[in-house]
Design a protein around this ligand. Structure first.
Ligand code: GDP
Length: 337
C-alpha cells in the first residue's frame, strides 16, 4: 500500500506511514505518535485523528490497569517491580500518567522515568509522563488516545498512574478495566487521607510496604480495609474487592497482585467489554460537550458580552438562567444561520 502523501492539513505528518512504522515496532514512531495525539495544535488534530483511525483496529488487546495512591505510598516503586514481573511473564507494559497539574518545565511527578530506572531501560516497557498543561478533560483525552496508540504498538498491559488526592482518579477509573488503590500500612488514618469515593472506585486494594517493622501494621490494615469494604455494595456481585498486601521494594506479594488481575479478567470478561463500551460512549459525549463549550466560548457574539453578563449574574442584576438564555440564543442563532 502506498501511503497517502502528507498534506498541509496534517501538519506535515503522514499518518498511514507513521502507523505502519509504529506497528513494526519502532519506538521512535511510538514516541512521535504520542507526541502527535498530545499536541494541542489544531493542524495536528486532523493528523492525530487520521492516525487513530489507522490504529483503532489494532488497539484494545490489552489489560488496562489504573493505579492511584497518595504521594509516597510507593506507586513508582510498585510499578517498577510489578512491570518487571509482568515482563518476566512474557508481556509488554506501557505506563502512562494523568496529572493535570504537571508542567513539563517543572518536571512531572508522575510517570517520571527516573522513578522507574530499570523499567525505563527495558525494551518491553514504555514510560510516558503526563501530558503537560490543560484541563483534566484535555489531559484525560490525550492519555486515552496514548493508551490506544500503545496497544496498537503491541503493549498488552497498560498502566495509567495518577495521584490519589484530586479529581483525576475518576478520569482514570473511567478509562481502565481495573482500578487499583495503593495504601500504606496503618489503617484508618490513611483511609481518611484518601477520599471515601476513591475507595469506592477501587476494584483492587493493595497495602504496600508490608516489610520490615511494618509487616504487622500491614496485616492489621488489610483486616481493617476488608472489614470496611464488607459494608460497601459491590459494583459487581461476582467480584468482592480483594485487599492484598505487598512490598514493592522486596517484591513480596507482587505475583499475587498480577494473579488477581488475571482472575478479575477471567471472571468478568464480558463485564469488562461492557465497561469499555460504556466508557467509549461516555468519551464520545465528553468530546461533544468539550467541543461545543469551546465553540461557545469562542463565538464572537458570546465573547462580546460574556464578561459583562457574568458580572451581572455575580451582582444579582440578572438571573443565571436569563443570562445563559441570552448567550445561548446568540450562539444558536448563528449556528442555525
Ligand atoms: P510514589 O510517590 O507513590 O510514587 O512513591 P515512591 O515509589 O516514590 O516511594 C516513596 C518512598 O517509599 C521511597 O522512599 C520508596 O523507596 C519507599 N517505598 C516504596 N515501596 C516500598 C516498600 O514496599 N517498602 C518500603 N519499606 N518502602 C517502600
Amino acid at each position: 500500500m502506498t501511503p497517502a502523501p502528507a498534506t498541509p492539513a496534517s501538519g506535515g505528518i503522514d499518518p498511514p506511514a507513521l502507523a505502519a512504522e509504529l506497528r513494526s515496532g519502532s519506538r521512535r514512531a511510538l514516541a512521535r505518535a504520542i507526541t502527535l495525539v498530545e499536541s494541542t495544535r489544531p493542524d495536528h488534530r486532523g493528523a492525530a485523528e487520521a492516525l487513530l483511525a489507522e490504529l483503532l483496529p489494532h488497539s484494545g488487546r490489552s489489560v488496562r490497569i489504573g493505579i492511584t495512591g497518595v504521594p509516597g505510598v510507593g506507586k513508582s516503586t510498585f510499578i517498577e517491580t510489578f512491570g518487571l514481573h509482568v515482563i518476566g511473564q512474557g508481556h509488554r507494559i506501557a505506563v502512562l500518567a494523568i496529572d493535570p497539574s504537571s508542567r513539563r518545565t517543572g518536571g512531572s511527578i508522575l510517570g517520571d522515568k527516573t522513578r522507574m530506572p530499570e523499567l525505563t531501560r527495558n525494551a518491553d516497557a514504555f514510560i510516558r509522563p503526563s501530558p503537560s498543561g490543560g484541563t483534566l478533560g484535555g489531559v484525560a483525552r490525550r492519555t486515552r488516545e496514548a493508551m490506544l496508540v500503545c496497544e496498537a504498538a503491541g503493549f498488552d498491559v497498560v498502566v495509567v498512574e495518577t495521584v490519589g488526592v484530586g479529581q483525576s482518579e475518576t478520569a482514570v477509573a473511567d478509562m481502565v478495566d481495573l482500578f487499583m488503590l495503593l495504601l500504606l500500612p496503618g489503617g484508618g488514618d490513611e483511609l481518611q487521607g484518601i477520599k471515601k469515593g476513591i475507595v469506592e472506585l477501587a476494584d483492587l486494594i493493595v497495602v504496600n510496604k508490608a516489610d520490615g517493622d511494618m509487616v504487622a501494621a500491614a496485616r492489621h490494615a488489610v483486616a481493617e480495609y476488608r472489614h470496611a469494604l464488607a459494608l460497601l455494595q459491590p459494583a459487581d456481585a461476582r467480584w468482592r474487592v480483594p485487599v492484598l498486601s505487598c512490598s514493592a521494594v522486596a517484591g513480596a506479594g507482587i505475583e499475587e497482585v498480577w494473579r488477581t488481575v488475571g482472575r478479575y479478567r477471567d471472571l468478568l470478561g464480558g463485564a469488562i467489554a461492557e465497561r469499555r463500551a460504556g466508557q467509549a460512549r461516555a468519551w464520545m459525549w465528553s468530546e461533544i460537550s468539550d467541543t461545543l463549550l469551546d465553540a461557545f466560548r469562542r463565538h464572537p457574539g458570546v465573547r462580546a458580552d460574556l464578561a459583562h453578563l457574568e458580572e451581572a449574574v455575580t451582582h444579582g442584576r440578572t438571573t443565571p438562567a436569563a443570562a445563559a438564555r441570552e448567550l445561548l440564543s446568540r450562539f444558536l442563532a448563528r449556528a442555525d444561520a
